[in-house]
Design a protein around this ligand. Structure first.
Ligand code: DGP
Ligand code: NA
Ligand code: NA
Length: 209
């Protein structure tokens, strides 16, 4: 009997692109079809490291750009054994942000190069599919104001959007998020089902291969 692994699916995009809603809906849709799947998110603010990240994002703590980059990365590494275990057991993981957010956000800061930012992510499980949810500035405007967290301003988000564009690889799929919640889930589900089937017997790769 051959052993089927789950797929590693990541949703990336700027703040307010609808990622979190879609991640939840995608997991529900998969589970409704009898496909074991689980939602994860980065940063995971529930861990000890995640709590420091939360203090930083809510402007209650100051940290140097490099230190905080390493904390975001450590937050992914502390969950890496769990990710591997679940994937190996056949559970498909849908992840709300991943290493690409790390590079896109940190790399948008002064004196933070892509090269430096990529390093601590090396060796993490490589996604089988990355959805980049994109929204034109006009569509983003219509979604209302930003919250009060760090990074939630127009200039920063513009640089982040550009960074996501330059990080795109052949296993990425850019999706125009300016459509109904239901239509967007359908589109994501369609591609996800294809990939789950394609990778079930393929070895899991690691970043940055
Ligand atoms: P969220 O909880 O998905 O809204 O993400 C919180 C914020 O943190 C969001 O503005 C994106 C940013 N972010 C996510 N991952 C990283 C990372 O690895 N590094 C940095 N610098 N920022 C990140
Ligand atoms: Na946010
Ligand atoms: Na930079």
């Amino acid at each position: 009997m051959s052993f089927k692994r789950g797929a590693l699916i990541v949703l990336e995009g700027c703040d307010r692109s609808g990622k979190s809603t879609q991640c939840k809906r995608l997991v529900e849709a998969l589970n409704n079809k009898g496909i074991p799947s689980q939602l994860m998110r980065f940063p995971d603010r529930s861990t000890a490291i995640g709590k420091i990240i939360n203090e930083y994002l809510t402007n209650k703590a100051e940290l140097s750009d490099k230190a905080v980059h390493l904390l975001f990365s450590a937050n992914r590494w502390e969950l890496e054994p769990t990710m591997r275990k679940l994937l190996q057991e056949g559970t498909t993981l849908v992840i709300d942000r991943y290493s690409y957010s790390g590079v896109a956000f940190s790399g948008a800061k002064k004196n933070m190069s892509f090269e430096w930012c990529l390093q601590p992510e090396t060796g993490l499980p490589k996604p089988d599919l990355v959805f980049l949810l994109s929204l034109k500035p006009e569509a983003l405007e219509k979604r209302g104001g930003f919250g009060n967290e760090r990074y939630e301003d127009t200039e920063m988000q513009k640089r982040v959007a550009e960074n996501f564009r330059s990080l795109q690889k052949d296993y990425w799929k850019e999706i125009d998020a300016d459509k109904s919640v239901e239509a967007l889930t359908e589109e994501l589900l369609d591609s996800t089902l294809t990939v789950i089937n394609e990778v079930k017997f393929a070895p899991l790769k690691t970043l940055w291969s």
